[in-house]
Write a protein that binds this ligand. Structure first.
Ligand code: TTP
Ligand code: MN
Ligand code: MN
Ligand code: MN
Length: 378
């Protein structure tokens, strides 16, 4: 699996070979032996994202991912020998941490005004880099200052983000995710009994906590699925538990050429929602006291409805992690001359789409060993 493309990966050490440069050729469980380093890298990488420094941002994300896949802790700089993406920049940080327990670079970022403001602003549902930048430039440094300014126009999503901030900025537990799963499944099956409802995202990878709960919904026959998302949303509304929703209609066109079809965002019908979860429905409710002593918690939920023919690709694409997905696409492109996205796989040499019923089929098309969802925490 070592890249044959010298332009693509510069100065890859000859000793490498045990650890692939692609996350999709590594098994990355949630057991991370190098937390102290990856926590530091993630802060630096996010800071580079905030200052729109794409190269270093990606470099630190890749290095983070490599360290997460190791079956042992890094004890010295020699341990980095032969590892992909652990160049001088990342080595300096590791050296710092090995020597004095922390990185001065990280300390500096953590006390940086722009980093702190961006971190806070983007923690609001509906606030991305553009909005954070705008608010930062206007001199705001706290959410209170933002909320107090009557001249700011908030999107519907941001209004919900502020309204339910205390709940949705708190992690979703596995038990809360299961309770939400039961609600979603029951609601879908009430309308289409043989529809398939599958949890994706971080919870499919075995995470104990998440920032939301992600679901794929599909029907064996496309006709039966007509309007299913709108009907599910109406039913949740009827149950009085839909706090917010934003339905994005499908923009999926099978007749489009591959070059136009493969874009960053997928074209499936989907809904970004906030659901009111009654705490009595949660098997093992955390001891934490909720604001205002209410008996419910607002939970962020993503519902995605791919056609059955695209289901395996959608499942692979929505299961993450983001770095695993990035490397699957990079591997497909550079090693196989194929284009992979959430809808399908296109072989540029054969000029044809490769179909798949399961994730196993996709890994096989790519000539990759199957990586279980819980080994994709890259
Ligand atoms: P997220 O829910 O953002 O991330 P996560 O579930 O891995 O982690 P968390 O616990 O914080 O929720 O996204 C899940 C996957 O879905 C991720 O790999 C990226 C993918 N995704 C898309 O493919 N298209 C989209 O439009 C979005 C929002 C996500
Ligand atoms: Mn059922
Ligand atoms: Mn998620
Ligand atoms: Mn999500």
């Amino acid at each position: 699996g070592v890249s044959a493309n010298p332009v693509h990966v510069k100065s890859m050490p000859q000793t490498m070979g045990t650890v692939s440069q692609y996350a999709c050729q590594r098994r990355t469980t949630l057991k991370n032996y190098n937390n102290i380093f990856t926590d530091a890298f993630e802060i630096l990488s996010q800071n580079y994202e905030f200052i729109e420094s794409e190269g270093p941002c990606l470099a630190f994300m890749r290095a983070t991912s490599v360290l997460k896949s190791l079956p042992h802790a890094i004890h010295s700089l020699q341990d980095l020998e032969g590892l992909p993406f652990l160049g001088d920049q990342t080595k300096d940080v590791i050296e710092d941490i090995l020597e004095c327990g922390h990185s001065s670079k990280v300390q500096h970022v953590l006390s940086d005004d722009r980093y702190k403001a961006f971190k806070l602003f983007t923690s609001v549902f509906g606030v991305g880099l553009k909005t954070a930048e705008k608010w930062y430039r206007r001199g705001f440094r706290s959410l209170e200052e933002v909320k107090a300014d009557s001249s700011i126009h908030f999107t519907k999503m941001q209004k919900a983000g502020f309204l339910y901030y205390d709940d949705i900025s708190r992690a979703v537990s596995r038990d809360e995710a299961s309770a939400i799963g039961q609600i979603v499944e029951d609601t879908v099956h009430l309308l289409v009994p043989d529809a398939l409802v599958v949890v994706t995202g971080g919870f499919r990878r075995g995470k104990e906590f998440g920032h939301d709960v992600d679901f794929l919904i599909t029907t064996p026959e496309t006709e039966k699925g007509e309007g299913i998302l709108h009907n599910v949303i109406n039913e949740l509304k009827h149950q009085g538990i839909l706090l917010y929703y934003d339905i994005v209609d499908a923009t999926f066109d099978k007749t489009k050429l591959p070059s136009k079809r493969f874009e960053a965002m997928d074209h499936f019908e989907k809904c970004f929602a906030i659901i009111k979860l009654n705490k009595k429905l949660v098997k093992c409710d955390g001891q934490e006291e909720s604001a205002g002593g209410k008996d419910w918690k607002a939970i962020r939920v993503d519902l995605v409805v791919p056609p059955v023919d695209n289901f395996a690709f959608a499942l692979l694409g929505w299961s993450g992690s983001r770095q695993f997905e990035r490397d699957l696409r990079r591997y497909a492109h550079y090693e196989k001359k194929m284009i992979l996205d959430n809808h399908g796989l296109y072989d540029k040499t054969k000029k044809t789409f490769l179909s798949a019923k399961t994730e196993n089929d996709i890994f096989a098309h790519l000539g990759l060993d199957f990586i279980e969802p819980w080994e994709r925490n890259a």
